[in-house]
Design a protein around this ligand. Structure first.
Ligand code: 15L
Length: 266
């Protein structure tokens, strides 16, 4: 893999990833709607609005692999989600296909399956259960990935990312924490592993309290190093400061589930 593109390079995950991937590929093109404030002199950046197809074509030209982090990363009004994550993600796949890109690693999210209860351990074969318009847009991205893989032969890896941070920051994150270096492992499997066609992985570290069966990622050699349990005391101390939220505590998606919730029951 000679040339890769990272979209969403100015965001939190993008900022971490571009630092950790430095030197891993001969050319790493960074893109975002705004320029990263800490862009280094040795980094290549082209601004692009994903909702504008011509701009997306410009950044996919000459690229072999894409790490697609771009878009809106939390719940938002439909207009915002639609523009950034539906139209934007479609433009990305279509431009990638037309430019001859071989592989796409898509930042999906745990919120595509957020309405599974915490009491249930799920694998990658479950029906999506989005917990927000944002979660729906991530399920849409996974569906697009399957289409471009099956119909056009792109190699697509969807990572249902939990929470990327230096450490788990509350009780829920003890189950879904993803150490940044472990994300790098998953991304590199998606960009390099010869047997990828269309795969879904959970973006989670080696967490004892996990709700996800990540054996599909392990099948491709994923060996997470982060262990949320090492931070249990800190995470639980932070949890104690949060108000009680029974709906959030029942479901995997947490506050994304209780937000706007009016289905009745607790
Ligand atoms: C996500 O998908 C969001 O992008 C991130 O901001 C966190 O909220 C994360 O999920 C989470 O569930 O903790």
């Amino acid at each position: 893999m000679q040339a890769i593109l990272i979209t969403g390079a100015a965001g939190d995950i993008g900022t971490r990833l571009r630092k950790l991937l430095k030197g891993a590929y001969p050319r790493i093109l960074l893109s975002d709607i705004r320029k990263p404030t800490d862009l280094g002199g040795d980094e290549e950046f082209i601004a692009a609005d994903l909702a504008d197809y011509a701009q997306v074509e410009r950044i996919t030209d000459g690229i072999e692999g894409i790490v697609h982090l771009g878009g809106y990363s939390i719940e938002g009004p439909w207009e915002t989600i639609h523009r950034s994550n539906i139209v934007g993600c479609y433009n990305l796949f279509e431009a990638a296909y037309r430019s001859g890109v071989k592989r796409i690693v898509l930042a999906s999210s745990n919120h595509a399956v957020g309405f599974y209860p915490r009491s249930k351990k799920i694998g990658v074969d479950v029906t999506v259960r989005p917990d927000s318009r944002y979660g729906v847009s991530k399920a849409f991205g996974e569906a697009l990935g399957a289409l471009y893989a099956d119909k056009h032969g792109l190699k697509v890896t969807c990572i249902r990312i939990g929470n990327v941070n230096d450490k788990p920051i509350d009780k829920r994150r003890l189950s879904i924490w993803l150490k940044p270096e472990d994300l790098v492992q998953l991304v590199r499997i998606g960009l390099e592993h010869p047997d990828i066609r269309f795969e879904i992985f959970y973006g989670t570290s080696d967490n004892k309290a996990a709700w996800w069966d990540n054996s599909n990622a392990e099948r491709f050699g994923y060996r997470p190093q982060g262990r949320a349990e090492d931070f249990r005391a800190i995470a639980m101390a932070e949890q104690a400061k949060l108000p009680a939220d029974p709906i959030a505590e029942r479901y995997q998606g947490g506050p994304f589930c209780s937000d706007e919730y009016d289905a009745g029951g607790e």
